[in-house]
Design a protein around this ligand. Structure first.
Ligand code: NZQ
Ligand code: ZN
Length: 388
């Protein structure tokens, strides 16, 4: 097991009605709040009214319209509101897109230059406004981590700003807020959670047994409950287990003692930067393709363990078990209604070589990923994901 430090300062308030603590908690940080939300789901579900009523004694400024794959232009708008109005705290009510935009806004509000400079050089983040979250979709884990993934619509870059100053101070996680999610978003969340765990599970260092075993539990939780939540949107047991799984999947617990770079996310981020697809759609297509590409005799034991422990594959031969495990991932994604190839979502091959170069240039794929990948490897993975 590698050495590690683990310090996660986010206060999680989990459960039905946990939002009632919001006014008391936010009061600690001041009275001027920037409320950040998306395209309108919180108005349709009534959550906007609940938050407004709870925060009636605060001065609320609003930044609505955060798009899935949040854009730099939204961050610039939010930072300007913060600076013009001496905002004390940023409150994200929504999913990963709202939370990530809020984190970047919180840092940009304390910075004189353009917000994109912070993404290109995170050492420039010297301060950030405190961030609070009311979570409405479980997928990214952004509610308890310091990452913010932002798309620069001019340069077609989708990059992560990641610094400890961006941990949310408090996150309200009420599983009943997930009841209104369309099945497609429940599926997308499940695929993203599974991918986060796999990115860490498939990292060098097989000696972190405790971490790998916890990862297997989180993956089994997603496999068990995602279909139930899709069939019965108001199943509290399913929603609550998925919600906590998404938080644990990416709050650094499952990387403790492991190490190395992620493999599939850097490739997906380049694809969604150019084509603005749903993050998990890209992951669903790329994950089994990446697995088939990197599986060989040197790593078949790890893939076989994944197949046996997570998918209950019974083959005794490691290579056969490993291949069955990859089939299980494909079938699961299909059962959730996710596409399996780029051709199904209209992505053609013109930009594959360019995207492959960028994926390698902007990540640790070539030096630190589970199986090191060159631009040629990534390009081949993209071609293999084309489908018919
Ligand atoms: O915009 P509104 O109208 O609110 O609708 C949203 C949006 O269309 C809808 N939605 C959310 N909660 C709902 C709901 N609809 C009905 N009822 C509810 N309760 O769902 C749609 C997707 O929301 P979004 O926030 O985009 O989803 P998600 O949480 O999956 O976030 C995706 C973004 O996070 C990034 C992704 O790349 C993508 O940009 N990621 C962030 C990470 C992080 N910060 O750690 C890590 C991830 O790997 C990922 O890259
Ligand atoms: Zn993800």
């Amino acid at each position: 097991m590698n050495d590690f430090s683990f310090h996660v300062p986010t206060d999680i308030r989990f459960g039905r009605g946990s939002i009632v603590c919001l006014p008391g908690e936010l009061k600690k940080y001041g009275s001027r709040i920037l409320l950040v939300y998306g395209g309108g789901s919180i108005k349709r579900t009534g959550l906007y009214d609940t938050v407004s009523e709870l925060l009636r004694e605060f001065e609320i400024f609003e930044l609505p319209g955060i798009e899935p794959n949040p854009k730099l232009s939204s961050v610039r708008s939010g930072a300007k509101i913060c600076k013009d109005n001496k905002i004390d705290m940023v409150l994200a009510v929504g999913g990963g897109s709202c939370i990530d935009a809020s984190k970047h806004i919180a840092a940009a509000a304390c910075y004189e230059g353009d917000p994109w400079e912070l993404v290109l050089d995170r050492s420039k983040v010297k301060n950030a406004l405190p961030i609070a979250v009311v979570l409405t979709i479980c997928a990214t884990g952004s509610e308890m981590n310091p990452g913010a993934v932002i798309s620069n619509e001019d340069s077609h870059e989708k990059l992560e700003l990641n610094t400890p100053l961006l941990y949310p101070a408090i996150s309200i996680c009420d599983p009943t807020y997930l009841y209104t999610l369309p099945a497609s978003q429940t599926a997308a969340g499940a695929v993203d959670i599974l991918s986060h765990v796999m990115e860490q599970y498939f990292q060098p260092n097989d000696g972190a047994y405790i971490t790998d075993t916890m990862s297997e539990a989180v993956m089994k939780t997603v496999i068990k409950y995602a279909p139930i939540a899709m069939e019965r949107p108001d199943d509290y047991e399913a929603r609550s287990n998925l919600m906590w799984a998404s938080t644990i999947a990416l709050n650094h617990l499952l990387t403790a003692g492991k190490g190395g770079a992620w493999s599939v996310h850097p490739i997906e981020h380049v694809v969604s930067a150019y084509y603005d697809i749903t993050h998990a759609v890209g992951l669903a297509i790329l994950t089994p393709v990446w697995m088939r590409y990197v599986l060989d005799d040197t790593n078949k034991a790890r893939f076989a363990r994944f197949a046996r422990e997570v998918w209950e594959v019974r083959e005794s031969d490691d290579m056969e078990a490993a291949e069955k495990g990859i089939e299980c991932v494909s079938s699961f994604n299909k059962s959730l209604g996710m596409p399996a190839s780029f051709s199904e979502i209209g992505i053609t091959s013109e930009l594959f070589d360019k995207m492959a170069e960028e994926a390698v240039r902007t990540s640790g794929l070539a030096e630190r990923s589970y199986v090191k990948l060159t631009p040629e490897d990534v390009s081949q993975i993209l071609y293999n994901a084309r489908g018919l």
